[in-house]
Design a protein around this ligand. Structure first.
Ligand SMILES: O=C(O)CCC(=O)C(=O)O
Length: 273
């Protein structure tokens, strides 16, 4: 049975990952890296996140779908929200520094290679009573051509079972993209996996501390329980990709900021717009 024992951590966030960390990531599809951000950096990030939440964020983007009734009773379901906004780094210098942090990027390079492009950042704040996330991959939310894509959860609060720490199905990334349930026009649903086959109860809990990051492949199946505490659980997800891993669909070819390395031109590839 999967347990928390699977979680690895770099002893010092300023050092590149150890070989065992890289092996752990490739085997399991996720990795907690401790103390990537200093207490001062985390405080500045939390202060700007709180201001962004007051002034810009929306509570209208909670995930929909019939799966909500599997994991939450009627009262919980009614109240289960999410505070969200995209691209924090376009609104706050502190967050631009966070998503381009050399200490963070040094942890990603051994997993993704030296050339790394920022794709997105998104606030994931679970207020008290904040929603369950059913098991899913992130790939269907922003599909790209291949697996060279890392998601990073920057922790602004310590997480535990009671406030809904992130949880993973260890090794699931090895199977590549899965077909997800997407709902219908009458009954829309956020992409998710069948709740009877992919159970939160079978996943590995990865509690983390403020200042830690949890890195995972966008193919790794994950989810989280409701926040049962009376305090918000603040987290920001940041997506990074190899610059040649093209996004499919409407956003194909949309460039992001290069946070490491160089964008090689492939043949007569056109100029970015
Ligand atoms: O905020 C959470 O607990 C879940 C995060 C998540 O599912 C995601 O970033 O895709």
């Amino acid at each position: 049975m999967a347990t928390e024992m699977l979680v690895s951590a770099a002893p010092n966030g300023s050092a590149p990952l150890a070989r065992t960390d890289v092996d752990f990531f490739h085997e399991n599809g996720f990795l907690r890296v401790a103390s990537v951000f200093t207490p001062e950096e985390s405080q500045a990030q939390a202060d700007d996140l709180d201001r962004l939440a007051r002034e810009w964020a929306t509570v209208d983007r909670r995930w929909s779908g019939p799966w909500r009734k599997v994991y939450m009773d009627e009262d919980e379901e009614q109240g289960a929200g999410l505070e969200a906004m995209h691209e924090l780094h376009c609104y706050s210098r502190v967050w631009l520094d966070a998503v381009t942090s050399p200490r963070l990027i040094a942890c990603l390079a051994p997993l993704l290679g030296p050339d790394i492009e920022l794709h997105h950042s998104v606030m994931h704040t679970k207020p008290p009573g904040g929603q369950v996330f059913p098991m899913h991959q992130d790939h269907p939310f922003y599909p790209h051509d291949d697996g060279r894509y890392l998601d990073v959860l920057v922790h602004l609060d310590d997480t535990c079972h009671d406030n809904g720490e992130i949880r993973f199905l260890a090794g699931s990334h090895k199977q590549g993209p899965f077909e997800h349930i997407r709902g219908t026009e009458e009954e829309p649903s956020a992409p998710h996996l069948p709740t009877d086959e992919y159970r939160l109860a079978d996943s590995v809990a990865v509690p983390a501390k403020r200042g830690d990051v949890v890195v995972f492949s966008y193919y790794t199946v994950h989810g989280s329980y409701i926040n049962r505490t009376n305090r918000a659980r603040r987290m920001v997800r940041v997506g990074y990709r190899h610059p040649h891993n093209r996004q499919s669909g409407d956003a194909a070819g949309r460039p992001g900021i290069l946070v490491s390395g160089y964008r090689e031109r492939r043949g007569e590839e056109p100029l970015l717009f």
